[in-house]
Design a protein around this ligand. Structure first.
Ligand code: P1T
Length: 379
């Protein structure tokens, strides 16, 4: 099955009791048993819920995995990955990543004895140098949030294999429409479902997809034991969102390209971060491992003045100033004070995240209107 067909059909069967084509919202906490242990595969909704099962199967299919696991938020799904490990275990992570992930790693799991090293994964040698016999996971985002660096997933998979550790990929920015890291050797894919998968800014959710039954079982044990599972209503909304994922992503890519190319030519713009630009330092890898370049763009202004950045951030009318991304409506944000404020300033600057960086999530509006909005804000 091709991607668009899978987006509409995968994991979803007409409801066995009524034939309803849309998976019903099984708004129930528990399931009646005929005798102890004599049930229809469902005992309690923290463990299993039919609406969640349909979504988990759909996500597994879209990522070419065998098992999907949904969580209450993207952060809860990364939290579940960390719980695979024990004190003394080490994780090598990208140095450009969502601020909440950095916070979870350094403020929560370092306290439980996990060790994190943050490296620039643009050069696999940096990752190789950070690996020790205790390294259990290589963790990356690609494209990264917010600098849109693209990391060579196959190269990282080769390193993980050589060291006998897992490779986890946060695939939130690309979505399964643009790349499938399991096919490139990753072991775990993570999504902030909140973003492109949900797509309508009405749900917060996370997911993991794997292709190894034993790993799936360990993660399902954590999912059920820690209990950060999403409710059926949210699962329904994401199932609905998935049906247009391919169409939405197509348009995000088209609009992203037009906006990025327009920004590059603007006299007030210093630098544009978008992997589809031939001048992007990782453009070759992006072209090789992605099927398109997405709708996330960051940029800085000439002169690098905070007051100029602030003026743009508060002057757009269509682009709404807000955290999050991947919805139908365009958003803009200021990573240094918003999504990445939990990373210490000196760390951010060391990794190239300027105080003046502006991040766009280009939505599905008519692109002429989006460009006109940016034009007046920059003016
Ligand atoms: O917000 P939540 O669903 O818990 O997902 C966390 C998360 C994980 N990974 C990436 C790459 C993310 O971008 C996020 C959430 N990011 C934002 C809210 C943001 O505006 O960048």
């Amino acid at each position: 099955m091709r991607f668009g067909t899978k987006a509409i059909h995968a994991g979803v069967e007409p409801d066995p009791t009524t034939g309803a084509i849309m998976t019903p919202i099984y708004q129930t906490s528990t399931y009646v048993q005929a005798a102890p242990g004599d049930h229809k595969g469902y005992e309690y909704s923290r463990t299993h819920n039919p609406t969640r099962t349909a979504l988990q199967n759909a996500l597994a299919a879209l990522e070419n995995g065998t098992h999907g696991l949904c969580f209450a938020t993207g952060m809860a799904s990364i939290d579940a990955i960390c719980k695979l490990f024990k004190p003394g275990d080490e994780i090598v992570s990208t140095n450009d990543l969502y601020g909440g992930t950095y916070r979870l790693f350094t403020k929560i799991f370092e306290g439980f004895g996990l060790k994190f090293r943050f490296v620039d994964m643009g050069d696999p040698a940096n990752v190789a140098a950070a690996m020790t016999p205790n390294t259990k996971l290589i963790w990356l985002e690609t494209p990264t949030n917010p600098l849109l660096k693209v990391i060579d997933i196959a190269a990282m998979a080769a390193l993980a294999k050589k060291h006998g550790c897992l490779l986890g990929v946060d695939n939130t920015f690309a979505s399964p429409y643009l790349q499938n890291p399991l096919d490139m050797g990753a072991d775990i894919i993570m999504h902030s479902v909140t973003k492109y998968l949900g797509g309508h800014s009405d749900v917060v959710m996370g997911a993991l997809v794997v292709k190894d039954a034993a790993l799936a079982e360990r993660l399902a044990f954590i999912q059920n034991s820690s209990g950060a599972t999403p409710g059926p209503q949210d699962c329904f909304l994401v199932l609905r969102g998935l049906k247009t994922l391919h169409l939405r992503m197509q348009r995000h890519c088209e609009n992203g390209a037009e906006v990025a190319e327009w920004l590059v030519k603007h006299p007030k713009v210093e630098r544009v971060y978008w992997p589809g630009l031939p001048t992007h330092p990782n453009h070759a890898i992006a072209k090789a491992q992605m099927r398109g370049f997405g709708g996330m763009i960051s940029f800085t202004l000439k002169g690098d003045r905070m007051e100029d950045a602030m003026k743009v951030l508060s002057s757009t009318e269509l682009f709404c100033l807000a955290e999050s991304l991947g919805g139908v409506e365009s958003l803009l944000g200021h990573p240094a004070s918003m999504t990445h404020a939990s990373i210490p300033r000196e760390e951010r600057l060391k990794n190239g995240l300027a105080d003046t960086l502006i991040r766009l999530s280009v939505g599905l509006e008519d692109v002429e209107d989006l460009i006109a909005d940016l034009e007046q804000a920059l003016a």
